[in-house]
Write a protein that binds this ligand. Structure first.
Ligand code: C2E
Ligand code: MG
Ligand code: MG
Length: 252
C-alpha cells in the first residue's frame, strides 16, 4: 500500500517531467504478418524510482485516483504522434488506447475524448478504446450506453483480456463492440486440449457476434499456426513485434 501510494504520488510530477512515454505494439494479420494497427502501452522511467512496470504503476494509479490523468496523457501522446505522421505525409494507423474502469465510467470520458481528438484534428476512426473484461460488467446498462456513444461518434472499441473476467456471456451480444482480445494466459496454454477448445470457442463467438478476435501474447510459430487453425485472423506478440518507441514505429 505504501509503495503504491508513493508511486501514485510521484505520477503527477512524472507526467509533468515527461517521464511517461508511450510504446506501440503492432497488431498483425496472422497469415501475412502485415501490420493492421497498433496498441499504445504506457512506459515509465522514473528519475526517482527507476524503471517501473505498468503492472505496478497502472494498479497504483487506479487505486489512488490518478489513472484518468495518466490515460489522458497517453491519449494525447498518441494523437500527437498521429498528427505528426499526417503532417509528414505518412499514412495514418489506427491506435488502440487502454482505458481503465474508473475512466470508462467517468462522466467526462466521452466529451474529453471527442474534444481532444478534434483538437489534434484526428478523426475517431483512428482510435480504438480497449476496455478490460475485468471492468466487471455489473452495471451493464451504463456500460452499454458508453459503448453506444463511442460507436455513435465513430470510435471503435475492444474488450481486453477476454476470458479472465468471469462475466456472463449474455452481456456480450448486447454490446456494440468491434473486437475481443483473447487473453495471453490462454494463448500460452494452447497445448492443453481444453484451453485450445476455449480459444476456438472465443474465436467462433466473436465471429458469430460480428466481432473480430485478436490473440494476445503470441510468442512462437506454433502458437501462430494453432491460432490460424482455430480460425483466428489477427494477433500481437513478441513473435511478431515487441512494443517499441513511437520513433521506431515510424520506421516500420
Ligand atoms: P494489456 O493491455 O493486455 O497489454 C498487453 C501486454 O502484454 C503488454 O504488457 C505487452 O507488452 C505484453 N505483451 C505483448 N506481447 C507479449 C508476448 O508475446 N509475451 C508476453 N509475455 N507479453 C506480451 P505491458 O506493456 O507490461 O502492460 C501490461 C498491462 O498494463 C497492459 O496489458 C494493460 O492492462 C496495462 N496498461 C499499459 N498501459 C496502460 C494504460 O495506458 N492504461 C491502462 N488502463 N492500462 C495500461
Ligand atoms: Mg490492452
Ligand atoms: Mg490484454
Amino acid at each position: 500500500m505504501m509503495r503504491d501510494l508513493r508511486i501514485a504520488n510521484e505520477l503527477t510530477a512524472a507526467i509533468r517531467r515527461e517521464e511517461i512515454n508511450v510504446h506501440l505494439q503492432p497488431k498483425v494479420d496472422l497469415n501475412s504478418g502485415a501490420i493492421v494497427s497498433f496498441e499504445a502501452l504506457a512506459r515509465w522511467f522514473s528519475t526517482e524510482l527507476g524503471n517501473i512496470s505498468p503492472d505496478v504503476f497502472i494498479p497504483a494509479a487506479e487505486k489512488n485516483g490518478k489513472i484518468r490523468m495518466l490515460e489522458q496523457h497517453v491519449l494525447k501522446r498518441v494523437l500527437s504522434w498521429l498528427k505528426k505522421r499526417r503532417e509528414h505525409g505518412l499514412d495514418l494507423r489506427q491506435v488502440a488506447v487502454n482505458i481503465s474502469t474508473d475512466h470508462f465510467f467517468h462522466h467526462s470520458f466521452i466529451p474529453y475524448l471527442v474534444d481532444t481528438a478534434a483538437e489534434y484534428g484526428i478523426e475517431p476512426e483512428w482510435l480504438r478504446l480497449e476496455i478490460t473484461e475485468r471492468i466487471g460488467f455489473v452495471d451493464i446498462e451504463t456500460a452499454y450506453k458508453v459503448f453506444k456513444q463511442l460507436q455513435n461518434y465513430g470510435f471503435t472499441s475492444s474488450i481486453d483480456d477476454f476470458g479472465t473476467g468471469y462475466s456472463s456471456l449474455s452481456y456480450l451480444q448486447k454490446l456494440p463492440v468491434h473486437e475481443i482480445k483473447i487473453d495471453r494466459s490462454f494463448v500460452s496454454r494452447m497445448h492443453e486440449p481444453a484451453t485450445l477448445a476455449i480459444v476456438r470457442t472465443i474465436v467462433q463467438l466473436a465471429g458469430n457476434l460480428g466481432m473480430v478476435a485478436v490473440a494476445e501474447g503470441i510468442e512462437t510459430e506454433e502458437q501462430r499456426r494453432m491460432l490460424i487453425d482455430a480460425g483466428c485472423r489477427y494477433g500481437q506478440g513478441f513473435y511478431f513485434y515487441r512494443p517499441m518507441s513511437l520513433e521506431e514505429a515510424n520506421l516500420l
